[in-house]
Design a binder for this molecule. Structure first.
Ligand code: NAP
Ligand code: GDD
Length: 344
């Protein structure tokens, strides 16, 4: 593995200029936690295409979870570590001496945060502190991206939501992400780490976990078409979200770590759609009427709901020149087509 050497530095590192990535520059190294997840797989592809050495943190399980990164395994360095284990994180950062660290690992499914609230706090909240401590102690020149969430806005205090909108989380997951956001801001302000919080709205893809509503619907449509299921049970059809394509959003993560000074950004499309509209688009793509197949099932209704989320991504557009490239309709069609293909 190619590693770059840096002089150790402490406070004020965020203000130091660095050479842009690209021709004539030494290869950059990035560490990704959560590389086996949806976003980790797209981010690894993006960074490899930019010429980075990619080090991916994977936790130990009895079965490997390389389904999303199987095609990348000969090009990334997989290292074992866990967000629950300080020593393993510090060792990875010390050995890799990365230019950039992307903390994407988390317990990321909102309903599980009610059934496993303590574990969610350990992974999704305290895990962020462990990773920041690893960077602070082992390699403080690394730039850190924290995967924050629009779930922090929860019971939204204004619409659309921007960087200054107050947080009002509505689940143990949302609360844990608020902690992760503020500890990131605090490490930046206390120690001068280059650490940013990317407040990303929902983003989906054919690699999305099957339990999230977009993938549950597109997989359900494909199963019904293939005769493997007869109906689809969902929860609150009135919930509205700002849904984008994950491939577009990992580019925003990378852009956030390039400016000379660190700042936090909201990333979303600025458009909101309901679960009902999602169903209509997905079923009509295969010529079916969703109302004949979808049943509301109380098992999927949450103890507290986030009714609406809509981003104001104007700061990212202005300062990072980031714009989403995929419409909601194209995203849903892409996901239905991929699920049909997978089941063929
Ligand atoms: P995901 O598909 O659920 O992936 C989560 C990743 O975290 C997996 O690689 C998982 O590894 C890893 N992980 C979980 N616990 C870990 C631990 N204790 N130690 C090490 N790794 C651990 O999530 P995603 O959709 O890619 O989202 C990436 C991040 O963005 C998450 O932090 C999520 O909360 C946040 N976020 C997502 C969205 C969205 O709409 N997708 C929006 C805002 C924020 P295994 O493969 O071993 O399970
Ligand atoms: N999962 C699921 N399953 N959601 C359903 C269902 C169902 O059967 N029926 C209705 N919904 C509604 C949920 O109540 C919620 O309002 C909405 O669909 C979206 O649910 P999810 O797709 O599970 O995503 P999320 O918004 O709770 O959380 C995702 O986005 C966050 C960013 O806002 C996750 O990716 C989080 O990790 C991420 O932070």
């Amino acid at each position: 593995m190619t590693v770059q050497k840096h002089d150790p530095a402490r406070k004020g590192e965020a203000d130091k200029p660095r050479a842009p990535a690209g021709a004539g520059q030494p290869r950059r190294t990035a560490v990704i936690t959560g590389i086996t997840g949806q976003d980790g797989s797209y981010l690894a592809e993006l960074l490899l295409a930019k010429g980075y050495d990619v080090v991916g943190i994977v936790r130990r399980t009895s079965h490997d979870s390389y389904e999303r990164i199987g095609h990348l395994l000969d090009r990334v360095h997989i290292v074992p570590a866990d967000l629950l284990d300080q020593h393993s994180l510090t060792s990875v950062v010390r050995d890799a001496r990365p230019d950039e660290v992307y903390n994407l690992a988390a317990q990321s499914f909102v309903p599980t945060s009610w059934t496993q609230p303590v574990l969610t706090g350990e992974f999704t909240a305290l895990g962020v502190t462990r990773l920041l401590e690893a960077v602070r102690l082992a390699h403080p020149t690394a730039r850190v991206y924290q995967a924050s969430s629009s779930e922090m806005f929860g019971k939204a205090q204004e619409t659309p939501q921007r960087e200054t909108t107050p947080f009002y989380p509505r689940s143990p997951y949302g609360v844990a992400k608020v902690y992760g956001h503020w500890i990131t801001v605090n490490y930046r302000e206390s120690y001068g780490l280059y650490a940013v919080s990317g407040i990303l709205f929902n983003h989906e893809s054919p690699r999305r976990g099957l339990e999230f509503v977009t993938r549950k619907v597109t997989d359900g449509v494909a199963r019904i078409v293939k005769g493997k299921a007869r109906d689809l049970h969902l929860g609150n059809l009135d919930a509205r979200r700002d849904w984008g394509f994950a491939g577009d959003y990992v580019d925003a993560m990378w852009r956030m770590l390039q400016p000379p000074r660190p700042a936090d950004y909201v990333i979303g499309t600025g458009e909101m759609h309901s679960v009902r509209e999602l169903c209509d688009l997905a079923f009509s793509h295969v010529g079916l009427d969703w109302q004949k197949y979808v049943t509301v099932d109380p098992r999927f209704v949450r103890p507290a709901e986030v009714d609406t989320l809509q981003a104001d991504p104007s700061k990212a557009r202005r300062e990072l020149q980031w714009t989403p490239g995929t419409s909601f309709a194209d995203l849903v069609r892409m996901m239905v087509d991929a699920d049909l293909e997978r089941l063929s």
